[in-house]
Design a protein around this ligand. Sequence first.
Ligand code: HEC
Ligand code: HEC
Length: 372
Amino acid sequence: MMKFIHENYYLCKKNVMRNIFILTAISSFLWTSCGNFDEQNKKDKELFESSQYDLAINDVKDGLFKPIANEKDIDLSADPKVNLGYHLFYDPRLSKNSSISCNSCHNLETFGVDNEPTSLGDDGVTRGGRNSPTVLNASLHFKQFWDGRAEDVEAQAGMPITNPVEMMIPSEDFLVQRLKGIDLYQRLFKKAYPQQEQAITYKNIQDAIGAFERKLLTPSRFDEYLNGDMNALTLQEKQGLMSFVNIGCTQCHSGALLGGGMFQTFGVYHKYWELTKSPKIDDGLFDITKDEAQKNMFKVPSLRNVEHTYPYFHDGQVKSLDEAVRIMAKAQLNYDISKEETDNIVAFLKSLTGELPASTKVVPQSIAALQK
Ligand code: HEC
Ligand code: HEC
């Protein structure tokens, strides 16, 4: 897989370089032959430079990126399974003391995160060991969690509920019995799973939450650009995108999510904790597989909405996106990135900020009423 990506990447890079070279040659010829270089106003020059980037980017984008799409708004009640999942996602009764819901750590008002280095559990004191990643677009990841220990959003959804430092529900049956005692859920489960005599099951809880999460997609200006609207990105964002490709970020951050498609060692060239100043070293995938080659290996995170999903990395030790980009260049590519390249890449990354369907961000009425 890596070899394939490497070969493709170098092939792309060669093409980009060749195109930039040809275009620069043509443009300097045009400018000198017209003889009116001085009269060109700044805007024309920028437009011209911008179109050069478009051509170069056009050459590589299909192999590296894929646009995503979603409806601007969704009628959540139209699909009974999604509607059930929507209620469960927001319901604090999914935690033992009814104090936290999925939305507490994955707040849909704040891009699916809590912006904390690590999150508080249901007991209000204990924190987990890892940063809460966003649920936005998570259904498109190849696996879930920093170490990929759940296959998909449905499998994942069952885990935080019974996790002893998260929602602390003592057993699957405990939650099933609790929900059976709530009229709202008697109705919603029956509607979502009409064929099943016992509709309220732990498996259906997972299934419905997953169905809701699959609606949490956030297309952005970058998708408009990929779909052919050349004005969707500014010149600086295009420059950032070009640096992102040329420096080699796309070796790992590619596809529809610019990540979420593979595991990689954090710290290919340098010990990550020396750069992030992490107080604790996390062995990542090694903790599950005990395979030395997988020490400090983590899922490559998606970069969609990364502008808002701070603090960064699996332990949330880095607050600024500039710093995260600098650390990545050093740790993963042994590259001392310049201030200009960093600024441009950060500008590009901000074009990945998207919009959730508005209805998903509204707390369901029956749940909002509980909190009053
Ligand atoms: C106490 C905070 C907390 C609560 C409550 C919580 N999560 Fe999480 N969630 C996390 C953390 C922390 C991780 C990362 C853990 C890891 O990778 O080891 C995570 C990971 C995830 C992921 C994987 C995303 C990715 O990028 O791999 C999904 C999806 C998710 N949670 C959905 C949910 C759902 C659905 C609920 C409710 C049933 C929920 N979470 C409840 C903190 C929380
Ligand atoms: C060899 C693979 C690889 C390369 C190359 C790479 N990354 Fe990463 N990136 C990762 C991994 C793995 C993580 C997760 C590290 C962790 O937190 O454990 C990550 C995390 C990030 C994060 C933090 C995201 C978050 O939600 O916490 C950003 C931002 C980022 N990368 C940007 C970049 C940029 C910009 C480049 C190019 C300069 C780059 N990456 C190059 C593998 C890579």
